[in-house]
Design a binder for this molecule. Structure first.
Ligand code: C5P
Length: 246
């Protein structure tokens, strides 16, 4: 079953379109320079909370003239506040936006309502829900009152997000196959923690190669430092696209 508003379901996405680069840089200047180098070589650029807080909506507008943007703001508040915040950021018409599934059904539905209205008016944004942050291990979840292991909770949150009408989830590639099986192919999985074969894992603990992640059912792969810290980011992106195609 796919989410009712999810018309972007791209069964024929190319490897390049599936590659999302995390722009974890501090300034608009650095971000725009990186966008210039990666334009036409990757599917999307991910702008996180740090960059958005530092540089704001005008910067995102400029960035989107070069490469489509995934606005990784992970909204989480009461339903009315999330709907209004969503309406405000949807003016930027990012390709992807997200909220925390932990905000619960009413909050997810409020976000979906805003996205549906935006799409009905010609917008193209797809809404994803963050399942369980990978920084939360079993012990941290227990401290928060969750007895279930992270994988189980992630699946429960994915089902909740789908029921509310979200287009997919942000999850670990290790959970992508289970979520695809439970929620169907049309319910997207965007997975960070991707490392090309042979690359340093840095602070990521449970990584997968691009090929493994695709096999597990990732729709979009988020790669940051292996591209942004490479001596030649464009060549690094091309190598990952080639690895995905292979
Ligand atoms: O540099 P790297 O490839 O590790 O960057 C991954 C990006 O994905 C970062 O922006 C990171 O914050 C984000 N992310 C993650 N794990 C999650 C959720 C988001 O690594 N569970």
């Amino acid at each position: 079953m796919s989410a009712p508003h999810s018309t972007l379901t791209p069964p024929l996405l190319t490897a390049r379109e599936r590659l999302v680069v995390a722009l974890d840089v501090a300034t608009a200047k650095e971000a725009l320079a990186m966008a210039e180098r990666l334009s036409g070589r990757v599917g999307m650029l991910k702008v996180g909370l740090e960059l958005f807080c530092a540089e704001g909506p005008a910067f995102v507008r400029e960035l989107q003239t070069k490469v489509p943007v995934f606005l990784d703001l992970k909204l989480h508040d009461i339903p009315t506040t999330v709907r209004r915040a969503m309406e405000a950021v949807l003016k930027l018409d990012p390709r992807l936006i997200n909220v925390h599934a932990q905000g619960g059904p009413a909050m997810l539905e409020a976000a979906v309502e805003a996205v549906r209205a935006h799409r009905a008016a010609g917008g193209r944004t797809e809404l994803l829900a963050v399942t369980v942050l990978t920084s939360l291990d079993r012990e941290a979840l227990a401290a928060l009152g969750h007895a279930a292991p992270p994988e189980e909770l992630a699946l429960a949150y994915a089902k909740l997000a789908q029921q509310a009408g979200c287009g997919g989830v942000v999850c670990s590639a290790w959970e992508a196959a289970t979520i695809r099986e439970a929620c169907g192919e049309g319910f997207h999985r965007l997975t960070p923690g991707i490392r090309p074969s042979g690359a340093a894992t840095q602070d990521q603990a449970r990584v997968m190669t691009p090929a493994q992640a695709l096999k597990q059912g990732s729709t979009w792969l988020v790669v940051g430092r292996p591209i942004t810290h490479a001596a030649d980011p464009a060549a690094a992106a091309e190598a990952i696209v080639a690895e995905m195609q292979a």
